[in-house]
Design a protein around this ligand. Structure first.
Ligand code: NAD
Ligand code: WQD
Length: 338
């Protein structure tokens, strides 16, 4: 299949590109590089050993996107293109609503005008909100979010459900990611946050490589086994494989289907730090600090539906996630910059 990856130069999109290319699909990447760089696409080509058609363009730009849809015979769209920093979304809600929702609407319009029927969407565990019990199951109602980023995901899921109700030929797969970490096994691709990392694993990796002095653990007094928050961390290549299965599923089904992509096992912040130290024999300096506003004590996935329907299951361990993160970071201390 020919698969258009909107936001395909980013962390999850680039790893998914490799997985799709390796499975024999063609990919077309569209990215405006607002949170990535063309070097990521070059690395995709290097690792997969294949050429990739890529466009430096804004997915909100309908005219340019229509040209891309006309130039390429597209079978499926995967929509990764979004702004994703939770804290920033509180300060810049208008930018987040504009970018995340507008990219989705533009893609849906281009698909309708070009007769493309398959859509896979990067959603998030954040849509379960603050009220649902854990582990999260797809049958639960979407909850209320504590920040505009989360609301954009809730709204986009609703938009996609309505679009699907109005077009019985449309196939929409909503993938709710839990906490993606890790990097491609080659050490040539990985997560490359701009500025100070917001997320735990890239922060640990930058402490390990000497770019940051120490990690602050946000809160040590949560009602969890060791007092630190617990999350469901998933290797980015397992997540990438979930997209491969989702694309194949979308091609043979109609309507909307939702899948959690997680491992079903939670780990605490302290467990992640110690797993990283053990897997890589590198010390991580940390101190326990204040809680971060908006953090839930713990959540993880019930991942049975993806296994039952997509035949997808995670294969990689927490030690793999730590080893691959470090392999990427130590070989690329400044990320994709030389
Ligand atoms: P990322 O920032 O690395 O990738 C997103 C890509 O989209 C970037 O390359 C960025 O330049 C591009 N982009 C953004 N707006 C664009 C626009 N208007 N036009 C063209 N390109 C645009 O983020 P990621 O971690 O790879 O996340 C991919 C998707 O998955 C996002 O939608 C994110 O919200 C979602 N998600 C991520 C996580 C996570 O923890 N990483 C968890 C759940 C969901
Ligand atoms: C993980 C744990 C922190 C940094 C976020 C989004 C979510 C989804 C995934 C997109 C938490 C702790 C972190 C640090 C720390 N993204 N931590 N010190 O918050 O679970 O999820 O990314 O959809 O919507 O909210 O991930 O990596 O930021 O944090 O102690 O410097 O690590 O408190 O318990 P989070 P994270």
């Amino acid at each position: 299949m020919n698969i258009l990856l909107a936001g395909g130069a980013g962390y999850i999109g680039s790893h998914t590109a490799v997985e799709l290319l390796t499975a024999g699909h063609e990919v077309i990447i569209v990215d405006n590089y607002c949170n990535s760089c063309p070097e990521a696409v070059r690395r995709v080509e290097e690792v997969a050993g294949k050429h990739v058609a890529s466009y430096g363009a804004d997915v909100k730009d309908k005219r340019t996107m229509m040209k891309i849809f006309e130039e390429n015979e597209i079978d499926c769209v995967i929509h990764f293109a979004g702004l994703k920093a939770v804290g920033e979304s509180v300060d810049k809600p208008i930018e987040y609503y504009r970018n995340n929702i507008d990219t989705t609407l533009t893609l849906l319009e281009c698909m309708r005008e070009s007769g493309v029927k398959n859509f896979v969407f990067s959603s998030s565990a954040t849509v379960y909100g603050e009220e649902n019990p854990i582990p999260y199951v797809e049958t639960m109602k979407r909850g209320s979010c504590s920040n505009p980023y989360g609301w954009t995901k809730v709204m986009m899921e609703e938009i996609l459900e309505d679009a699907s109700k109005a077009d019985s030929e449309l196939s929409v797969v909503l993938l709710r990611y839990f906490n993606p970490i890790g990097a491609h096994e080659s050490g040539r691709m990985g997560e490359d946050p701009q500025g100070i990392p917001n997320n735990l694993m890239p922060y640990i990796a930058q402490v390990a490589v000497g770019r940051r002095d120490h990690l602050t653990v946000y809160g040590g007094d949560y009602p969890t086994p060791d007092g630190t928050c617990r999350r469901d961390y998933i290797h980015v290549m397992d997540l990438a494989n979930g997209h491969l299965k989702a694309v194949e599923y979308a091609n043979t089904h109609k309507g909307v289907e939702v899948f959690n992509l997680g491992t079903g096992t939670p780990y605490s912040v302290l467990e992640i730090i110690h797993a990283f130290e053990e897997a890589n024999q590198v010390p991580i300096k940390y101190e326990i600090g204040e809680r971060r506003a908006g953090d839930l004590p713990e959540f993880w996935a019930n991942a049975q539906k993806a296994e039952r329907i997509l035949g997808w299951k995670t294969k990689r361990t927490l030690a793999d996630m730590c080893r691959d993160t470090w392999n990427w970071q130590k070989n690329n201390p400044q990320g994709y910059k030389k």
